[in-house]
Design a protein around this ligand. Structure first.
Ligand SMILES: NC(=O)c1ccc[n+]([C@@H]2O[C@H](COP(=O)([O-])OP(=O)(O)OC[C@H]3O[C@@H](n4cnc5c(N)ncnc54)[C@H](OP(=O)(O)O)[C@@H]3O)[C@@H](O)[C@H]2O)c1
Length: 347
């Protein structure tokens, strides 16, 4: 665990490389990206395409690009579709400044819930829809959002490889895949990045996924690096959430789990205050310190939060700091699973 920033981009934010030159997958990105999901879904902001919230979201994307953040993260299922349209509008005049990442493979199920579709037909259908909504002729990093238990990953990645050959996709990624699936996919076409939840309170990736990625030369893109906002210390009651907020049904935000986890965040906040940074910045700096192959994508729809989060790339943590932070929030002390239904998550 070191401060391993590789170089500095034109506007001052450090850059990192996902993938590896040896695999022919090196993809240079800002050390920290911008997660766009919450602009349209899950966190109590139903995207209205022209609402005041959308206007602030677009300003947030522009500010991110101005600050040198290049990696933008969206998905077909955010909305669905509204988030890709929003991002497409925001980057219409600035496509060349962006490393654009989106995802496919989560589809509506016939019972009204969620299904998973990794079929080659769905890969081709999805990319064309995403390109149209994003207003571009290529996606820089295209992830399979969840693995489809009915379709061997080799078939899905075979279809992705065709998209690379056609120029519609530059790099391929997987989200929430097991080490075995990652190896099988990588054998068909080199994978540039794996996206999964990783933060101070979600550290299961350290056991076998991260070592596998390092062995294969694949980057890690941690999602929800702020613990869906909880690690900022700004959420102090489940009542803070809107009625339709996803976190109301997430196990870590329920009753006694919420209280136990809040006590842990309080300890992290004390360390942050002593260092003169916010708890969120400390949480992001901790993720960034896990290696130069790690590129977190904190999500926000507000310019002020974005600016605070980007500044975390400049927070230096010593070995002592890192040990104190993990002591303050030991992984085993966190109460509640990451999702109420862990079945689509490969371990
Ligand atoms: N692959 C997957 O399955 C998957 C799953 C989840 C997320 N993701 C991706 O990862 C991205 C990030 O994850 P996330 O959005 O779930 O979680 P996150 O980055 O851990 O936290 C986002 C939440 O924190 C709040 N926040 C952000 N900066 C803050 C600050 N400085 N101070 C106080 N609050 C702050 C945001 O508020 P506001 O919304 O009010 O700005 C939002 O509620 C998503 O946008 C999405 O692109 C991928």
């Amino acid at each position: 665990m070191t401060d391993t920033t590789t170089s500095t981009g034109p506007t001052g934010i450090p850059t990192r490389t996902l993938g590896s030159a040896a695999n022919g997958t090196a993809l240079e990105v800002s050390a920290l990206g911008l997660g766009c999901m919450g602009m349209s879904a899950f966190y109590g902001a139903a995207s209205g395409e022209s609402s005041a919230t959308d206007a602030e979201s677009v300003r947030t994307v522009h500010r991110a690009l101005d600050l040198g953040v290049t990696l933008l993260d969206t998905a077909e299922m955010y909305g669905p579709h509204t988030n890709e349209r929003l991002v497409g509008r925001a980057i219409a005049d600035r496509r060349d400044d962006v490393v654009l990442a989106t995802k496919f493979g989560i589809v509506p199920a016939t019972d009204g819930g969620r299904g998973y579709d990794g079929s080659p037909e769905n890969v081709r259908r999805s990319i064309d829809g995403s390109l149209q909504r994003l207003g571009t002729d290529h996606v820089d990093l295209y992830y399979q959002h969840r693995m489809d238990p009915q379709v061997p990953v080799e078939e899905t990645v075979g279809a992705l490889a065709e998209l690379v050959a056609e120029g519609k996709v530059r790099h391929i990624g997987l989200s929430e895949a097991s080490p075995e699936t990652i190896r099988r996919a990588h054998a068909v076409h080199p994978v540039t990045a794996v996206q999964t939840e990783y933060s101070l309170w979600s550290r299961d990736v350290e056991a076998s996924v991260l070592p596998t990625l390092r062995e294969l030369g694949i980057g890690l893109v941690p999602y929800s690096p702020l613990g869906r906002g909880f690690l900022t210390g700004q959420i102090t009651s489940p009542d803070d959430f809107a009625e339709d907020d996803f976190r109301r049904s997430n196990p870590r935000f329920q009753g006694e789990a919420f209280e136990a986890n809040l006590a842990l965040v309080g300890r992290v906040r004390e360390i942050a205050e002593a260092k003169g940074v916010t708890a969120g910045q400390l949480a992001l700096a901790w993720v960034l310190a896990q290696g130069d192959d790690v590129v977190p994508i904190p999500g926000t729809k507000r310019v002020a939060y974005l600016e605070e989060n980007v500044a975390a790339a400049r927070v230096h943590l010593t070995g002592e700091d890192l040990a104190a932070i993990t002591d303050a929030m030991p992984a085993e002390a966190v109460v509640g699973q990451r999702y109420a239904d862990m079945s689509p998550i490969e371990e």
